[in-house]
Design a protein around this ligand. Structure first.
Ligand SMILES: Nc1ncnc2c1ncn2[C@@H]1O[C@H](COP(=O)(O)OP(=O)(O)OP(=O)(O)O)[C@@H](O)[C@H]1O
Ligand code: SF4
Ligand SMILES: [Mg+2]
Length: 347
């Protein structure tokens, strides 16, 4: 078991209704790249703070390259060069472990936490599966000691779990390269959820799957959350998946969180001009009205614009928007928005 950090400060007030399971404070993570010998920092996560409650599903949305994967990688402490954690805290609190600050944990404590307490399903990756060993070995290595059953019961449990993901137990005897991309993705999801962890981080886990299998995966994630009181941080660009799964939604733009609130409110009454655009561009049955795209492109995260990063594209931009970063502030109970116009009531 992990030794909880002795921190006299009380847990931050959760913006969810439940006790806090994850608290992210002023998190910064940069890719340090070299361009013609000049070092540049790509500020993919640039001062993000939010919380996820116990037994809550928190969805992260935003257009491609907004920093969603970088954010969850940093929260899972699954980073390697050129990505660096350059500031801020990631604090988890689970019933069996107490409270701990992820970047202050020794590697061996972190290894003990993975799979049982904290699991991370990486975007488009099978790297967790050892390419030269049969799938069975990955389950034995990662899950056996955590589940604490005798071998026959353990393998029966694994087979039942695989079945829920429409996989036969015969995949256990395959090498990863013998499986299709969709099967590997499901095996990875099975591995990440079989221990029924306290916290699941899932980055586009269903994108490569067909609709029937996708539904099975989403139902299983929801069931684990409901039965075990687990928390889930779920990334997808598919807003219909968020509508189905997420209790709350965070919207990212250019490395920052620009709006956060209950999923229904975000989808029915978005407040930030970027979220409004995102929601307005969703297809709706029977709606034939003309859609207007946003002018311009998202900024370079190596040289982002000052102030609000959305200002070069924002239809409501004012002079202050190019000068001052709008703080993410309460616009309604449990609903935060980072926008000068919303703050002034002119949005
Ligand atoms: N290895 C890398 N080196 C330098 N920059 C990177 C690297 N990986 C990602 N980035 C940059 O970091 C920013 C955030 O990328 P990230 O993959 O986190 O976005 P995303 O929101 O997950 O996008 P998608 O929806 O396409 O998965 C982008 O500008 C991207 O170009
Ligand atoms: S702060 Fe200004 S530029 Fe940014 S979204 Fe609000 S109105 Fe638009
Ligand atoms: Mg991504």
């Amino acid at each position: 078991m992990v030794v909880a950090r002795q921190d006299p400060a009380p847990p931050a007030a959760s913006t969810s209704d439940n006790p806090t399971a994850l608290s992210v404070r002023d998190l910064h993570a940069h890719y340090r790249v070299s361009h013609f010998g000049i070092r540049r920092d790509v500020r993919a996560v640039d001062g993000i703070s939010f919380e996820v409650g116990r037994n809550e599903i928190y969805g992260l949305a935003g257009e491609s390259s907004s920093g969603k994967s970088t954010l969850v990688k940093t929260i899972a402490r699954a980073i390697r060069p050129p990505l660096f954690h350059v500031g801020g805290e990631v604090v988890f609190e689970f019933p069996d472990t107490g409270r701990f600050s992820l970047y202050e944990l020794p590697e061996e404590d972190l290894a003990r936490l993975r799979w049982r307490h904290l699991s991370y399903i990486m975007q488009a990756s099978m790297s967790v599966l050892n390419p030269v060993r049969r799938v069975r070995h990955s389950f034995a290595d990662f899950a056996f000691r955590h589940i604490g059953k005798r071998a026959p019961e353990f393998w029966a449990l694994v087979a039942g779990h695989l079945e829920r993901l429409h996989l036969s137990a015969s995949v256990l005897d395959s090498y990863p390269h013998e499986l299709s991309g969709g099967m590997r993705q499901r095996v990875t999801i099975a591995l990440a959820t079989v221990c029924r962890p306290d916290f699941v981080i899932a980055d586009e886990p269903t994108t490569a799957l067909d609709v029937v299998v996708q539904k099975g995966v989403l139902e299983m994630i929801r069931e684990i959350q409901q039965q075990m009181g687990s928390s889930v941080l779920f990334v997808t660009h598919d807003m219909s998946v968020h509508a189905y799964l997420a209790d709350r939604l965070g919207i990212m733009y250019a490395g920052r969180l620009v709006e956060e609130g209950p999923t229904r409110e975000i989808l029915l009454a978005p407040q930030h001009p970027y979220t409004r655009h995102l929601v307005a561009s969703l297809p709706r049955i029977g709606d034939r009205s003309e859609r207007h795209g946003l002018e311009g492109r998202p900024p370079s995260l190596a040289a982002p614009p000052p102030g609000c990063r959305f200002h070069p594209r924002c239809p409501l931009a004012m002079p202050i928007c190019a000068q001052e970063v709008p703080p993410l502030e309460d616009a309604a109970p449990r609903h935060r928005v980072a926008c000068h116009a919303v703050k002034r009531g002119s949005a």
